[in-house]
Write a protein that binds this ligand. Structure first.
Ligand code: HEM
Length: 417
């Protein structure tokens, strides 16, 4: 991409995993689309066509109208080849079906199975454990001797540990789960994927399903009071979940629950390093931490998109969108919208109000938002007061993805108290 990017070229970023590894250029493209073509038809080889929606107000309006805008059958952007494979699996009843694929009334009933585990009361019960873990990871940084790759050695492990503990998986299985969930989300990145084809994607899913089928059987035989036991023994409309539906539930929680938060933690530290005044401000006034965590979530926007499909002919900002056509909701773009955020490209640790869209909105609003906020606050509450100085120790690198991701490498040098 160059400074003379055309609107047509800008529209291609959504289907170009590598575009998300260069945030400056990515945001140039998104700003151009917000200005010139906020409801933009994207037709790129290898993908079914869609409309890219880049303004905050439009993303919000679509998310809130879940009777018109459905998650099925195309909740996220995939290649046409994978879309076709998933449609076949759906028709045979063999594919994953998670909350993000569902619409009401099914969505409401299935979401209720795990909802209590993520409410503020449950979060308060978990807080001591999360703080303790945060301390362990920051102590671990001290043990690395003043330099580490913060993304790989700290940010990636801590949220995974929290979410898999909540599910109730044994710690010895965490590395395997890390690999499988990264392969599932990282299919577009050379460092993470098993292979790039639809068959590789299916193989990763098959491995996850096999693991979770065993888990369901074990928790049905002997419930252990964890979230996995809740899911394995749940009844929806009077019937237990099928093995596949239970596995889909664990997969959405395990996958949604760590890459998102770890990307925010790594990106949040990078933002503080690049804005040392904001780091000093946070050190002086720890009361700002909840606002700073919110700003990190806006700044990083680790979920790049979700999609919705129109249930009837309609319009978005005056542009006609036909029944059965899909829109892509660009969260990184909505979160830099000049109409909503004062100086959207400034990292402001005390930004208030901060009406970011990084957790979505409406009935699919992120189930784990309270948990993610608590984890991010706990980590920085521990790290910031102990960090005497910190600087980059090499180039950061971002995951090539069109869906979920952020920094995969953040080499830093630091002095910890
Ligand atoms: C859904 C973002 C952390 C679990 C979502 C959605 C977004 C999102 C954008 C879709 C919302 C929509 O369609 O309107 C994030 C971000 C996170 C994060 C930015 C971290 C900073 C977590 C965590 C969990 C989690 C820690 C733990 C379980 C889920 C689940 C859904 C979801 C289960 C599906 C909800 C539904 O469709 O009803 N998240 N998430 N997320 N998230 Fe998160």
């Amino acid at each position: 991409m160059t400074a003379t990017l055309s609107v047509e070229e800008a529209g291609h970023v959504f289907a170009t995993p590598a575009a998300y590894t260069d945030e400056t250029r990515l945001h140039e493209a998104l700003a151009l689309l917000r200005r010139e073509s906020p409801v933009h038809r994207v037709e790129v080889p290898g993908y079914n066509p869609f409309w890219a929606v880049t303004r905050h107000a439009d993303v919000l309006e679509i998310e809130r109208n879940n009777a018109l805008w459905l998650s099925a059958p195309r909740p996220v952007l995939r290649s046409a080849e994978i879309d076709a494979r998933l449609a076949e699996q759906r028709a045979r009843g063999t594919g994953l079906k998670t909350l993000v694929h569902m619409d009401d009334p099914e969505h409401r009933v299935v979401r209720a199975v795990a909802a209590d585990w993520f409410r503020p009361r449950a979060m308060r019960a978990l807080e001591v454990r999360v703080r303790d873990l945060a301390r362990r990871y920051v102590d671990g940084m001290a043990a690395h001797g003043g330099a580490c790759d913060f993304a790989r050695q700290v940010a990636v492990h801590y949220p995974l540990y929290v979410i898999l503990s909540l599910l109730g998986l044994p710690e010895s299985d965490f590395p395997r789960m890390l690999r499988l969930t990264q392969e599932l989300f990282g299919q577009d990145d050379d460092d993470k994927r098993r292979g790039g084809t639809a068959a590789d994607h299916t193989a990763v899913l098959a491995d996850l399903l096999a693991y979770f089928r065993e888990l369901t059987a074990a928790r049905r035989a002997r419930p252990t009071g964890d979230l996995a036991s809740e899911i394995a023994n749940a009844r929806v409309d009077g019937r237990p979940l099928s093995d596949l539906d239970a596995a889909s539930y664990y997969v959405i929680i395990a996958t949604a629950g760590h890459d998102t938060t770890s990307s925010t933690i790594a990106g949040g530290l990078e933002a503080l390093i690049r804005h040392p005044g904001e780091l000093r401000r946070l050190r002086r006034d720890p009361g700002l931490l909840p606002l700073a965590a919110e700003e990190m979530i806006r700044w990083v926007s680790p979920v790049k998109e979700f999609m919705r499909t129109a249930a009837a002919d309609t319009h978005v900002r005056g542009t006609p969108v036909g029944e059965g056509e899909s829109v892509l909701l660009s969260y990184p773009s909505a979160n830099r919208d000049e109409e909503v955020f004062a100086e959207p490209f400034r990292f402001d640790a005390g930004r208030d109000p901060n009406r970011h869209m990084a957790f979505g909105s409406g009935v699919h609003f992120c189930l784990g938002a309270a948990l993610a906020r608590m984890e991010i606050r706990a980590l920085f509450a521990e790290l910031v007061p102990r960090l005497e100085n910190v600087e980059l120790d090499g180039d950061p690198a971002w995951v090539a993805t069109t869906f979920v991701g952020g920094l995969k490498q953040l080499p830093i040098r630091y002095t910890l108290r």
